[in-house]
Design a protein. Structure first.
Length: 318
């Protein structure tokens, strides 16, 4: 706290004159008045001839005699050493600030509604088109029967028309890599849609990190085992980014060789393979896109898109 005016003395005045370096008597009088003192100018009879010498002497601390000043009542405003006017604390208006509201707990936060990557009304049709395989169980192929009889051949078996079916079920492989974190809610939603479309007893759900060839399982990661394709020639569906969204040096990122080994293992089991990837085709690895069916996991995708993409991919080799 600065000293009150009643506590100021000659030393304070001398210090003020040294700091401010007044160039004339008016400035010195103003400084002394500010400090609550009265400055008595020097005698007017002093010669003013040597102006240059006087200016040099003014830069030094001038000697002040006790008789050159007298006490004055404290001024109504406090003026500091730089002659800046400030309001006294008593005259400052009181400012009241309302306290901040307490933040709610995490349980009070509302999760934003999910906008699925597949258009909701098209999802069932997309899954039916993507997971169906051709079956020999169907109506009689009349055209084929006529053709055989016209050649004079006998019918050993009745040829049947091949129809798409979901009876083989599906092996669902869900990528739990760190790069797929933004799509976890989409994975959960699509998993429920697949179960509702195909049937809970016909869906085998496995999780993996990086690539299924490293291991997969239905429980916690420590319980995962070596990947095995389905024995029933059921289609294999991947929900993954194929490593597109991961840094090159990330441990979760699987190399092309790993994916090619996985594809070869599924092919040997004679299972159709399909991947839903949440990135544009321009980012798909060419080596993988040429060896497996990939569908963009996006709102632009429809059942027609999937059918045109798959065509002969739903055929199951006997």
């Amino acid at each position: 706290m600065p000293a009150s005016l009643s506590e100021l003395n000659l030393g304070d005045l001398a210090q003020a004159l040294s700091d401010l370096k007044p160039r004339n008597e008016e400035s010195r009088v103003a400084i002394a008045t500010t400090l609550g003192m009265h400055w008595v100018p020097a005698s007017a009879s002093k010669p003013i001839a040597k102006k240059k010498v006087k200016q040099k002497k003014e830069r030094r601390v001038e000697a002040i005699r006790p008789g050159d000043f007298e006490r004055l009542p404290p001024p109504t405003r406090v003026i500091n050493s730089r002659l800046e006017h400030t309001r006294s604390e008593e005259s400052a208006p009181a400012i009241s600030v309302a306290p901040l509201e307490a933040s709610g707990s995490e349980s009070d936060w509302q999760t934003l509604p999910l906008e699925p990557l597949f258009f909701p009304r098209w999802t069932r049709a997309i899954l039916s088109a993507g997971l169906a395989t051709n079956s020999d169980v169907g109506p009689i192929d009349v055209d084929r029967v006529v053709e055989i009889l016209a050649k004079g051949e006998s019918l050993k078996t009745l040829p049947l028309l091949s129809t798409p079916t979901l009876t083989r079920g599906v092996q669902l492989l869900i990528d739990r890599s760190e790069a797929m974190t933004p799509f976890i809610r989409d994975q959960v939603r699509l998993h429920k849609e697949i179960v509702a479309t195909v049937g809970a007893d016909r869906v085998t759900t496995l999780r993996f990190v990086g690539c299924p060839i490293r291991g997969a399982g239905g429980g916690a990661e420590p319980s995962w085992s070596a990947y095995e394709p389905p024995l029933s020639k059921a289609p294999v569906l991947l929900l993954t980014d194929l490593g597109i969204g991961r840094p090159r040096l990330n441990e979760d990122r699987a190399g092309i060789d790993e994916w090619l080994l996985f594809i070869e293992r599924v092919r040997k089991a004679k299972c159709p393979l399909l991947a839903f990837v949440p990135y544009a085709p321009s980012r798909w690895p060419l080596e993988l896109a040429s060896r497996m069916s990939i569908v963009q996991w996006d709102r632009k995708t429809s059942a027609i898109t999937v059918c045109n993409k798959l065509k002969h991919a739903r055929e199951v080799v006997a």
